[in-house]
Design a protein around this ligand. Structure first.
Ligand code: DON
Length: 304
């Protein structure tokens, strides 16, 4: 028998179908061309059961939803204090692609904005394998399948990546980038170009809900301490300059990506993923936010 949860998730897709505001990301040509009407939603409980409806087979790039996982990997590599010395944890209140630096220390404000994520990518240990290969291997462990890069998309973003390169050169000039700027940006953009589905993302989010242990394989990927820290940063910075609106209305740690995905995490309970490519002015999926608001309201996800 079909689970009533799937019927409920179908209703979420239907009840948000009227939200057609916003537009696909225009600064990455491949993303601008995405079908804007695709929509999907998935939940994964901390027992590892996934419920997914809509365009669940549709692969799209992880984009900024890669940032929390790369950050957690860098923390596991070096310890939290080392990373905190190099990347801050304060909301920037600015767009994701601004050069938001702490005026006193010159550190990127947080690891969820591009400046902080480029600096973080360059901190992932790369002695034995390139950082991006380690990040991809982590995604694959989280999603329980081989996650791969969309190389055409990566090339498209690199070709138009002047802004990220600019951020990286400025970070490098102030001694805040551990790698040469073009290497760091290429690795970071490849990290963002990994293709996932909402099913994959729900599993990834549920690992965070489960304190860092992938619920189906039982493998600990992040310590409890790292996971708690990461979820706190997602709560305060994950939705950029909409973080306050998001936390008051939806009320869970989250991260969005410019291809239209959003992940949310209710600690101890469930990981949620939604997908719809049209973005609002903050670079967050407009219909994705509407879906998450409904889910939060109906399922009582709000932490407060
Ligand atoms: O660096 C960029 O601009 C993209 N690869 C990622 C930005 C992003 O996903 C912003 N989020 N909504």
């Amino acid at each position: 028998m079909r689970s009533p949860i799937l019927d409920y998730l179908d209703a979420i897709i239907e009840r948000t179908a009227h939200v057609d505001t916003g537009a696909t990301a225009d600064y990455i040509p491949e993303l601008a061309a995405a079908d804007p009407d695709k929509a999907a939603v998935a939940l994964c409980t901390v027992n590892g059961t996934v419920y997914a409806v809509g365009d669940t087979d549709r692969e799209f790039s992880i984009q900024s939803m890669s940032k929390p996982f790369a950050y957690a990997l860098a923390i596991e590599d070096h310890g939290l204090d080392y990373i905190l010395d190099r990347v801050g944890v304060e909301p920037s209140g600015e767009a994701f692609n601004e050069l938001s630096l702490d005026p006193e220390t010159g550190k990127p404000r947080n690891p969820m904005i591009n400046a902080g994520a480029i600096a973080t990518h360059a901190l992932v240990r790369a002695e034995e394998a390139p950082a991006v290969d380690r990040v991809l291997a982590l995604f694959s462990e989280l999603a329980q399948r081989p996650v791969e890069i969309d190389t055409q998309l990566a090339a498209s973003e690199l070709a138009t990546g002047d802004r990220n390169l600019g951020l990286a050169y400025l970070l490098h000039a102030s001694g805040r980038l551990a790698q040469d700027p073009s290497t760091a940006v290429e690795g970071y953009i490849r990290q963002c170009s990994a293709n996932v589905t909402v099913h994959d993302l729900a599993l990834m989010a549920s690992t965070l809900a489960n304190g860092g242990v992938q619920p189906n394989t039982g493998k600990r990927l992040f310590s409890r301490h790292t996971t708690r820290h990461l979820l706190s940063v997602m709560a305060s910075c994950g939705m950029y300059d909409a973080a306050g609106d998001w936390f008051t209305s939806v009320g869970i740690p989250a991260k969005s990506g410019v291809a239209g995905g959003i992940i949310g995490v209710l600690p101890g309970q469930v990981g949620v993923a939604v997908f719809s490519p049209r973005l609002d002015a903050h670079g967050n999926s407009a219909r994705g936010v509407a879906m998450m608001e409904r889910l939060s309201e109906d399922m009582g996800l709000h932490l407060m």
